[in-house]
Design a protein around this ligand. Structure first.
Ligand SMILES: [Zn+2]
Ligand SMILES: [Zn+2]
Length: 124
């Protein structure tokens, strides 16, 4: 057991404590509003416009190196160049046709489909 401090805290110490509390409160508020954006899919239109699932879109861009990188769609094997090293897995055409996330290759609504769904899916 450490002995208890008996001396009262100074104003300066309180200021520091309060600043830390305010900062923590802000961070929690920030996390909560981020969670709300994710939970409600608040930017769905912008997200779908760039062919990303909620997981890939809201978690933000992964660390990407600079420089054009060659990549190939895992479905149709179309080759392309990408402005950084965080290359997509799926091209826009395949993403559009099968409603897939171009970044992780899952479905845009993150649900698992059966092969039956795939047959009825192709709408475009
Ligand atoms: Zn493709
Ligand atoms: Zn994704």
């Amino acid at each position: 057991m450490t002995p208890k401090r008996t001396k009262a805290l100074t104003t300066k110490e309180w200021n520091r404590i309060n600043a830390a509390s305010a900062y923590s409160q802000e961070r929690v508020a920030g996390k909560l509003s981020e969670a709300l954006v994710l939970a409600t899919d608040a930017r769905k239109e912008q997200r779908l416009a760039i062919h990303l699932c909620p997981c890939c879109y809201y978690q933000g861009a992964s660390f990407a190196g600079q420089g054009f990188t060659e990549w190939k769609c895992i479905l149709c094997e179309t080759k392309g160049m990408y402005p950084n090293t965080a290359v997509p897995l799926i091209c826009d055409t395949c993403s559009d046709s099968f409603d897939l996330c171009r970044s992780c290759g899952g479905t845009l609504d993150m649900t698992r489909k059966t092969s039956y769904d795939k047959r009825v899916k192709r709408t475009k």
